[in-house]
Design a protein around this ligand. Structure first.
Ligand code: GLN
Length: 489
């Protein structure tokens, strides 16, 4: 197969071409390596990739196929991982200086599952340091660029995972989403990105940011591809005590059945001021589409929405301050050369190893948890989190899914928000409450701005109801296929 045809194909198409004998994993993998070499100098989505290792995996896949021992639909298809997901023997930096020389001694559960499905594990993708941010500008190794406009951010924190798919450097990637880090960059880069229900996908081997919010999830050009990848990475894992014992349906089969009759809820709180006009227009067109295919559109209310950003920045930072205590210069992190005594080892290693945003959050979180302030901040935030969850429960008595914009604006310029943490925090205003409530959410491309920047809509489902959620998303995506449009690079 022609290289340019390979890199523009979806994972589904590649999988079919493999099973038809039209191509080989070696050919597919070579095409993507070639593409990475051609465009990643501009995009900087990858922090690391090892062509030799990728080709060795591809060769094994081809051998299995020749012996009729193929492991599943993704056998031989390349998948890239955000640089917070452990792959044995490969670097894991979390885009931080403090983990500069760290090599993972084990595989994350999702990595193991991908390997067992025959996928070609292909490189480490850039992010905001420890997944804290919305633009990848917080990466210690330089920001990723938005492939649609290299002067703009790809979103974050999983900006590398989104940009790599948009730039056709790889068909599938995984990211992690604590407050929007899969959905927001998917929206800004014009690809599909999904955060599963909390507990669907094991967090074992994911460098923790805020453990009660973090979930790993897929990026791809289409909802179908996302379903395919989700099916592989989901499922109960005894190594993650918050992973939920639930039966995983074959999502790719579920998509064949439309959600009909289906009710979509529009929360009034998500359609107020602060939203860019072009975003509003594209999302409204998507709503019109759903009406035209017989969906019922119902107004719902999520009254605690305006508290979600504040609640998130108390809970997420509290958990981060505790999770990041392990990076101490004593064990596997890099140690300051200037340390002269034990206290120095901690303070100088952390002082030199962490970037500004990570430090800001550790300090904020430690403050919220400190005695005297715990009740005033942390406990109140937890109580408000319950209110946010209850709002959703009430809304879901009336509707099957909820539709909102994913991000208030299309991709913004580098530097536009980096000096103003609050304005950066507000770019997650539509995605954060989904994490606080533990619900699944997916961002699907639904339009372009006049200047050609992608715009995404978010669909939110009920807990562990990924099937209907994907189905509703697919009904839009198969008609519009906007994730198939590629930027000129
Ligand atoms: N942008 C949000 C933050 O900075 C969300 C990050 C994420 O989901 N990992 O915390």
């Amino acid at each position: 197969m022609d290289f340019s045809k390979i890199v523009s194909s979806t994972a589904y198409e590649l999988s079919k071409a493999l099973s038809d004998g039209a191509t080989t994993s070696t050919e597919i993998t070579s095409a993507f390596i070639d593409r990475i070499q051609k465009v990643d100098g501009q995009v900087h989505a990858f922090l690391y990739h090892d062509p030799e290792d990728m080709l060795a995996q591809a060769k094994e896949s081809d051998l299995r196929r020749s012996q009729n021992l193929t492991l599943g639909p993704l056998d031989g298809v390349p998948v890239g991982l955000k640089d917070v997901i452990a792959v044995e023997g490969q670097p894991l930096t979390a885009a931080s200086k403090i983990l500069e020389n760290y090599i993972s001694p084990y595989n994350a559960t999702v990595t193991r599952k991908l390997k067992e499905s025959g996928a070609v594990i292909s490189g480490r993708l850039n992010l905001d340091e420890f997944a804290m941010g919305s633009s990848t500008e917080n990466s210690a190794y330089g920001a990723t660029k938005n492939p649609w406009d290299l002067d703009r951010v790809p979103g974050g924190s999983s900006g590398g995972s989104a940009a790599a798919v948009a730039a056709r450097e790889i068909p599938l990637t995984l990211g992690s989403d604590t407050g929007g880090s899969i959905r927001q960059p998917a929206s800004l880069c014009g690809v599909v990105g999904m955060k599963p229900t909390y507990g669907m996908v094991s967090r074992f081997g994911l460098a923790a940011f805020a453990s009660s919010l973090d979930q790993i999830g897929p990026f791809a050009q289409s909802v179908e591809d996302v379903a395919l990848l989700l099916e592989i990475i989901s499922g109960h894992d005894p190594l993650d005590s918050t992973s939920y014992p639930v039966e995983i349906p074959r999502y790719s089969e579920v998509l064949k059945e439309d959600c009909q009759p289906c009710k979509i809820g529009l929360p009034s709180e998500f359609f107020g001021p602060g939203m860019d006009d072009e975003v509003r227009k594209s999302v409204e067109l998507a709503i019109e589409f759903y009406k035209s295919i017989g969906f019922e559109i119902i107004d719902v209310s999520l009254p605690s929405t305006d508290l979600s950003v504040s609640v998130y920045y108390v809970i997420a930072t509290a958990e981060a301050s505790s999770n990041l205590a392990r990076y101490d210069g004593i064990r596997y992190t890099s140690r300051s050369q200037r340390a002269e005594n034990a206290i120095d080892i901690y303070s100088k290693s952390r002082g030199e190893g962490f970037g500004e945003e990570v430090k800001r959050r550790c300090i904020l979180g430690a403050y919220a948890l400190s005695s005297g302030y715990y009740d005033a901040y942390y406990l109140r935030a937890q109580k408000t989190r319950t209110l946010i969850r209850k709002d959703f429960e009430k809304a879901f008595q009336k509707v099957d899914v909820i539709l909102t914009p994913t991000s208030p604006t299309p991709a913004f310029k580098f530097g536009e928000k980096s000096d103003d943490p609050i304005s950066m925090y507000l770019s997650d205003i539509y995605t954060i409450s989904t994490n606080l409530a533990g619900l699944p959410g997916i961002s699907v491309p639904c339009g372009f701005s006049d200047s050609g920047l992608p715009i995404g809509m978010q669909l939110i489902g009920q807990a562990f109801e990924e099937g209907p959620l994907l189905s509703v998303a697919h009904q839009f995506d198969r008609e519009h296929r906007l994730g198939r449009q590629a930027p000129n690079l």
